[in-house]
Design a protein around this ligand. Structure first.
Ligand SMILES: *Cc1c(COP(=O)(O)O)cnc(C)c1O
Length: 223
Protein backbone atom coordinates (compact mmCIF):
# COMPACT_ATOMS: atom_id res chain seq x y z
CA UNK A 1 0.00 0.00 0.00
CA UNK A 2 1.51 3.38 -0.99
CA UNK A 3 1.43 6.50 1.16
CA UNK A 4 -1.15 7.92 -1.25
CA UNK A 5 -3.37 4.85 -0.92
CA UNK A 6 -3.30 5.04 2.86
CA UNK A 7 -4.16 8.75 2.78
CA UNK A 8 -7.00 8.09 0.32
CA UNK A 9 -8.34 5.16 2.37
CA UNK A 10 -8.32 7.26 5.50
CA UNK A 11 -10.32 10.04 3.84
CA UNK A 12 -12.74 7.49 2.40
CA UNK A 13 -13.38 5.97 5.85
CA UNK A 14 -13.92 9.42 7.35
CA UNK A 15 -16.31 10.35 4.55
CA UNK A 16 -18.27 7.10 4.99
CA UNK A 17 -18.51 7.75 8.74
CA UNK A 18 -19.74 11.25 8.07
CA UNK A 19 -22.52 10.16 5.74
CA UNK A 20 -23.58 7.27 7.99
CA UNK A 21 -23.78 9.72 10.88
CA UNK A 22 -25.71 12.29 8.87
CA UNK A 23 -28.20 9.62 7.92
CA UNK A 24 -28.63 8.75 11.60
CA UNK A 25 -28.95 12.46 12.48
CA UNK A 26 -25.81 12.34 14.56
CA UNK A 27 -23.00 14.86 14.39
CA UNK A 28 -19.61 13.82 12.93
CA UNK A 29 -17.92 14.94 16.17
CA UNK A 30 -19.74 12.24 18.11
CA UNK A 31 -17.63 9.39 16.77
CA UNK A 32 -13.85 9.04 16.86
CA UNK A 33 -11.86 6.91 14.48
CA UNK A 34 -9.30 4.55 16.00
CA UNK A 35 -6.89 3.51 13.21
CA UNK A 36 -5.92 -0.08 13.98
CA UNK A 37 -2.25 -0.38 13.02
CA UNK A 38 -1.50 -3.91 14.28
CA UNK A 39 0.93 -5.76 11.97
CA UNK A 40 1.70 -2.57 10.04
CA UNK A 41 5.09 -0.86 10.11
CA UNK A 42 6.15 2.69 10.93
CA UNK A 43 6.36 3.38 7.20
CA UNK A 44 2.69 2.53 6.81
CA UNK A 45 1.60 4.31 9.97
CA UNK A 46 3.35 7.62 9.21
CA UNK A 47 1.24 8.56 6.17
CA UNK A 48 -1.86 8.28 8.37
CA UNK A 49 -0.24 10.52 10.99
CA UNK A 50 0.69 13.04 8.31
CA UNK A 51 -2.97 13.06 7.22
CA UNK A 52 -3.87 14.13 10.75
CA UNK A 53 -4.85 10.80 12.31
CA UNK A 54 -4.13 10.96 16.04
CA UNK A 55 -5.77 7.87 17.56
CA UNK A 56 -4.31 4.42 16.92
CA UNK A 57 -5.05 0.92 18.20
CA UNK A 58 -2.76 -2.05 18.77
CA UNK A 59 -3.63 -5.48 20.12
CA UNK A 60 -0.26 -6.70 21.39
CA UNK A 61 1.99 -5.18 24.03
CA UNK A 62 5.24 -6.37 22.53
CA UNK A 63 4.44 -5.12 19.05
CA UNK A 64 3.26 -1.77 20.41
CA UNK A 65 6.51 -1.40 22.33
CA UNK A 66 8.56 -2.03 19.21
CA UNK A 67 6.82 0.77 17.29
CA UNK A 68 5.15 3.46 19.34
CA UNK A 69 7.65 4.91 21.85
CA UNK A 70 9.82 5.95 18.88
CA UNK A 71 6.91 7.39 16.86
CA UNK A 72 5.53 9.19 19.91
CA UNK A 73 8.85 11.00 20.40
CA UNK A 74 8.09 13.08 17.33
CA UNK A 75 4.28 12.91 17.68
CA UNK A 76 3.58 13.24 21.41
CA UNK A 77 -0.11 14.06 20.93
CA UNK A 78 -0.96 10.60 19.64
CA UNK A 79 -3.44 8.59 21.71
CA UNK A 80 -2.71 4.87 21.73
CA UNK A 81 -5.43 2.32 22.53
CA UNK A 82 -4.91 -1.27 23.64
CA UNK A 83 -7.64 -3.30 21.93
CA UNK A 84 -6.29 -6.81 22.53
CA UNK A 85 -6.27 -9.10 25.56
CA UNK A 86 -4.23 -8.02 28.57
CA UNK A 87 -2.52 -10.46 30.90
CA UNK A 88 -2.00 -9.34 34.49
CA UNK A 89 1.79 -9.72 34.21
CA UNK A 90 1.79 -7.19 31.33
CA UNK A 91 -0.25 -4.50 33.07
CA UNK A 92 2.78 -2.45 34.08
CA UNK A 93 3.99 -2.34 30.45
CA UNK A 94 0.48 -1.59 29.23
CA UNK A 95 0.01 1.49 31.41
CA UNK A 96 3.37 2.84 30.29
CA UNK A 97 2.66 2.34 26.59
CA UNK A 98 -1.06 3.02 26.22
CA UNK A 99 -3.37 5.96 26.88
CA UNK A 100 -6.59 3.98 26.70
CA UNK A 101 -7.10 0.33 27.67
CA UNK A 102 -10.23 -1.08 26.04
CA UNK A 103 -10.11 -4.66 27.26
CA UNK A 104 -10.70 -4.78 31.00
CA UNK A 105 -12.84 -7.88 31.52
CA UNK A 106 -12.10 -9.52 34.87
CA UNK A 107 -11.62 -8.64 38.47
CA UNK A 108 -8.01 -9.74 38.76
CA UNK A 109 -7.11 -7.45 35.88
CA UNK A 110 -9.08 -4.56 37.36
CA UNK A 111 -7.25 -5.02 40.65
CA UNK A 112 -3.79 -5.12 39.07
CA UNK A 113 -4.57 -2.13 36.85
CA UNK A 114 -5.72 -0.21 39.87
CA UNK A 115 -2.40 -0.88 41.65
CA UNK A 116 -0.30 0.15 38.66
CA UNK A 117 -2.32 3.30 38.02
CA UNK A 118 -1.73 4.43 41.58
CA UNK A 119 2.02 4.20 40.97
CA UNK A 120 2.28 6.25 37.81
CA UNK A 121 1.44 9.86 37.07
CA UNK A 122 -0.48 9.40 33.88
CA UNK A 123 -4.15 9.64 33.18
CA UNK A 124 -5.43 6.60 31.40
CA UNK A 125 -8.95 5.79 30.30
CA UNK A 126 -10.49 2.37 30.56
CA UNK A 127 -13.20 0.47 28.67
CA UNK A 128 -14.83 -2.72 29.87
CA UNK A 129 -14.95 -5.40 27.18
CA UNK A 130 -18.27 -7.18 26.82
CA UNK A 131 -18.73 -10.66 25.36
CA UNK A 132 -22.01 -9.73 23.68
CA UNK A 133 -22.29 -13.12 21.97
CA UNK A 134 -21.61 -15.07 25.18
CA UNK A 135 -18.95 -17.00 23.24
CA UNK A 136 -17.07 -19.41 25.52
CA UNK A 137 -13.65 -18.80 23.91
CA UNK A 138 -13.96 -15.03 23.75
CA UNK A 139 -12.76 -12.43 26.22
CA UNK A 140 -15.23 -10.06 27.81
CA UNK A 141 -17.69 -9.76 30.66
CA UNK A 142 -21.02 -11.56 30.17
CA UNK A 143 -23.80 -9.10 29.30
CA UNK A 144 -25.77 -9.77 32.49
CA UNK A 145 -22.71 -9.04 34.63
CA UNK A 146 -21.71 -5.77 33.01
CA UNK A 147 -23.45 -3.31 35.32
CA UNK A 148 -22.13 -4.97 38.49
CA UNK A 149 -18.62 -5.31 37.08
CA UNK A 150 -18.50 -1.67 35.97
CA UNK A 151 -19.68 -0.52 39.40
CA UNK A 152 -17.02 -2.60 41.07
CA UNK A 153 -14.28 -1.22 38.78
CA UNK A 154 -15.32 2.33 39.57
CA UNK A 155 -16.16 2.08 43.26
CA UNK A 156 -13.81 -0.55 44.57
CA UNK A 157 -10.86 -0.20 42.20
CA UNK A 158 -11.27 3.51 41.36
CA UNK A 159 -10.69 2.82 37.69
CA UNK A 160 -11.46 5.62 35.20
CA UNK A 161 -14.04 3.57 33.26
CA UNK A 162 -15.45 5.64 30.41
CA UNK A 163 -17.23 3.06 28.29
CA UNK A 164 -17.87 -0.39 26.90
CA UNK A 165 -16.26 -2.25 24.00
CA UNK A 166 -17.27 -5.35 22.04
CA UNK A 167 -16.13 -7.62 19.22
CA UNK A 168 -19.25 -9.37 17.89
CA UNK A 169 -19.07 -13.05 16.87
CA UNK A 170 -17.34 -13.26 13.49
CA UNK A 171 -20.09 -15.19 11.74
CA UNK A 172 -23.09 -13.26 12.97
CA UNK A 173 -24.79 -10.10 11.80
CA UNK A 174 -23.33 -7.40 14.04
CA UNK A 175 -26.35 -5.12 14.49
CA UNK A 176 -27.97 -6.94 17.45
CA UNK A 177 -24.61 -6.97 19.24
CA UNK A 178 -24.17 -3.25 18.65
CA UNK A 179 -27.69 -2.59 19.92
CA UNK A 180 -27.01 -4.70 23.02
CA UNK A 181 -23.75 -2.86 23.78
CA UNK A 182 -25.54 0.47 23.41
CA UNK A 183 -28.25 -0.64 25.83
CA UNK A 184 -25.70 -1.94 28.36
CA UNK A 185 -23.76 1.33 28.22
CA UNK A 186 -26.94 3.20 29.08
CA UNK A 187 -27.67 0.84 31.95
CA UNK A 188 -24.13 1.19 33.28
CA UNK A 189 -24.35 4.98 32.81
CA UNK A 190 -21.28 5.11 30.55
CA UNK A 191 -20.91 7.54 27.63
CA UNK A 192 -18.34 5.84 25.41
CA UNK A 193 -19.13 2.90 23.13
CA UNK A 194 -16.32 1.24 21.15
CA UNK A 195 -17.73 -0.93 18.37
CA UNK A 196 -17.49 -1.39 14.61
CA UNK A 197 -14.56 -2.58 12.49
CA UNK A 198 -13.79 -2.42 8.75
CA UNK A 199 -16.78 -4.56 7.76
CA UNK A 200 -19.38 -2.75 9.84
CA UNK A 201 -18.19 0.62 11.15
CA UNK A 202 -20.88 2.53 9.26
CA UNK A 203 -23.59 0.47 10.91
CA UNK A 204 -21.90 0.97 14.28
CA UNK A 205 -21.99 4.73 13.68
CA UNK A 206 -25.74 4.48 13.18
CA UNK A 207 -26.27 2.30 16.25
CA UNK A 208 -24.62 4.60 18.77
CA UNK A 209 -20.86 3.99 18.61
CA UNK A 210 -18.70 6.81 19.95
CA UNK A 211 -15.60 5.24 18.49
CA UNK A 212 -14.98 2.76 15.69
CA UNK A 213 -11.82 0.65 15.29
CA UNK A 214 -10.82 0.36 11.65
CA UNK A 215 -7.69 -1.42 10.39
CA UNK A 216 -7.75 -3.09 6.98
CA UNK A 217 -9.96 -0.46 5.31
CA UNK A 218 -7.17 2.03 6.01
CA UNK A 219 -3.93 0.06 5.85
CA UNK A 220 -4.92 -2.84 3.56
CA UNK A 221 -5.29 -6.56 4.24
CA UNK A 222 -3.13 -8.03 7.01
CA UNK A 223 -0.65 -10.76 6.13
C1 LIG B 1 -7.95 -6.06 14.34
C2 LIG B 1 -8.99 -5.43 15.17
C3 LIG B 1 -9.80 -4.41 14.64
C4 LIG B 1 -9.73 -3.92 13.21
O1 LIG B 1 -10.14 -4.90 12.32
P1 LIG B 1 -10.37 -4.58 10.75
O2 LIG B 1 -11.34 -5.58 10.33
O3 LIG B 1 -9.04 -4.70 10.11
O4 LIG B 1 -10.88 -3.19 10.67
C5 LIG B 1 -10.75 -3.84 15.48
N1 LIG B 1 -10.88 -4.24 16.77
C6 LIG B 1 -10.12 -5.20 17.30
C7 LIG B 1 -10.33 -5.58 18.73
C8 LIG B 1 -9.15 -5.83 16.53
O5 LIG B 1 -8.41 -6.80 17.07
Amino acid sequence: MSDLDIAANLSAVKAAMKSALEEAKRSPEEVKLVAVSKTFSDEEILPAIIEGQKIFGENRIQEARSKWPEIKKSHPDIELHLIGPLQTNKVKDAVELFDVIETVDREKLAQKLSLELQKIKKSIKVFVQVNTGDEPQKAGVAPDEVVTFVQKCIEEYKLPVVGLMCIPPAKEYAAPHFALLHKLAQEADLKEISMGMSADYEMACQLGATQVRVGSEIFGARA
